[in-house]
Design a protein around this ligand. Sequence first.
Ligand SMILES: Cc1cc2nc3c(=O)[nH]c(=O)nc-3n(C[C@H](O)[C@H](O)[C@H](O)COP(=O)(O)OP(=O)(O)OC[C@H]3O[C@@H](n4cnc5c(N)ncnc54)[C@H](O)[C@@H]3O)c2cc1C
Length: 533
Amino acid sequence: MPNKKVSRRNFVAGTVGGLVVGAVAGVAIGEIGFPQTKTTTQTVTTTKQVPQSYSFLTPLDIPASSIKETVSADVVVLGAGISGCAAAASAAEAGVNVIQLEKYSTATAPGEFHGAINTQELLAAGKQTDAAAFAEQLFEFSEGRADYRLLSLWADHSGTVMDWLLGIAKSTNTNYFEIPMEANGLDYLFGPSDMLNNGIGASEFPVVYQMLISYAQGLGAVVRYNTQALKLIRPNNQGSVTGVIAKNSDGTYTQFNAAKAVIICTGDIANNSEMLQKYIPWTAYGLDSAYDIYTNTGDGLAMALWAGANIPDGPGCGMVHFFSTNKLPIMFGRPVMSPGLYVNKYGDRFVNEGAPNEYIAPIVVRQPGHTWWQIFDSQSVNTTLQPTIQAMLTTGEVTTASTIEALAATFGADPTRLGASVDRYNQIIDSGTDTDFGKAATLLGPKNTTPPYYACESPPDYLVGIHGPLTNTSMQVLDTNDVPIPGLYAAGNCTSGFFGDGYPMHLMGGLAKGHALTTGRLAGLNAATGSTS
Ligand SMILES: Cc1cc2nc3c(=O)[nH]c(=O)nc-3n(C[C@H](O)[C@H](O)[C@H](O)COP(=O)(O)OP(=O)(O)OC[C@H]3O[C@@H](n4cnc5c(N)ncnc54)[C@H](O)[C@@H]3O)c2cc1C
């Protein structure tokens, strides 16, 4: 579940024919700088430009002469997100020498919740989840695209991994604890409490990452920030991966040799428009990114690809299910939270507004212009909402008019079609049954009958775009013959096989980080000990 304190992007709503968003999109791996901040704006066109070829398919050429330093360790972990921090701490705990590389100036920590089932605390409270049944539910949501073995792996280990994390928290007096929740009859851990003490984003440093890094450092691990892994060392793509070449912030290159393994934990591809076009094309429209530091540029996917890994065709997992405006934070971006009438740019109703975000977002992305508007009337703008709506009217994020037809003109909709949608929705509310889209009767409303009328555009935000190499259940990266590449592991959002099209938040909030945490720990332990499945 995203942190509602996430800082806002410089999104300007309501332009016709395109969205104006702040973005650093479309970077290929070799073009990434230090650190990443979003400083420019771009107009996102509504027609997709599909490139003839993709620049990331060509391996980087780093001449040996440019390498000015060589460093050796047993295990080299790439990335200091949750999977990387768990992997580094776990490998260090297993007694090997660890170096962790992070391209940003700190560990990065979007979000706050880590999902898990069957922790000691939950079990002690009698809240046991049937792991196989839960894995099956995840499998069904993925429409058969996830690898059930990886779902099972997570379901079987997430509890013990969370117990491990909580154990470190306890022993280090860190304020990190369980928040048990219920969803769909399944008890699970809506884990811990970063949000109580920390925000997210570049300048803040959530407690769990610092805790894991300090823990690993206490066991001898070394972290190098501002160090971007660029290319794995695997001559002719034969035999083991023996290390990685990375670029330092001063432009010099360092070769990190790994006696045992390299673990790729570099996160997702949502800020690499070429990779989105190739692997998650239905999301490749320059949607605004919820990830405020933009280091999720698919570096791990590219490095694995160049080393001979099996990168599945896709589509990968586009987690695009949050909607924002400038004034209201992500996910809370709809001024009127009761799911009232939503229309597309023509003014047509197109969806059951009461469906979970993960079901609505893919439909929104496929609407003309990849966006939608919430329509409401003066009855919805209560005293509490008044100041917000007033501010949004000033910025143009909300538009208003005294008739529905005039309201249509404020965002370029067809007045007749918007009028028909409003009339029809009002009729549906009166009848108590949504025969058009099947919205639950309890969620029908409010009617739009009392001027002035309002429209608020709430375009989808890109949370994370998950795609990368396939792994086995030891988190070893597989080659194109589905054979593990010796010395190469991967975890978290840079891997494929766990999610289908989206994030099943209706089954479990925190599953994205929960998956990264669990697979990070397993990859770290396996890399250190050489365990294979
Ligand atoms: C605003 C927001 C809120 C979210 N809230 C939640 C939530 O509450 N619960 C949840 O489950 N999920 C949430 N998510 C999703 C969640 O953040 C990710 O699924 C999770 O962080 C993935 O962890 P990871 O370790 O795989 O990747 P990341 O956390 O993305 O970490 C990857 C790391 O690798 C670094 N890196 C990238 N390339 C290189 C390179 N070449 N060399 C070195 N380092 C590199 C990156 O800088 C980054 O630090 C949220 C996402 C966003 C954007």
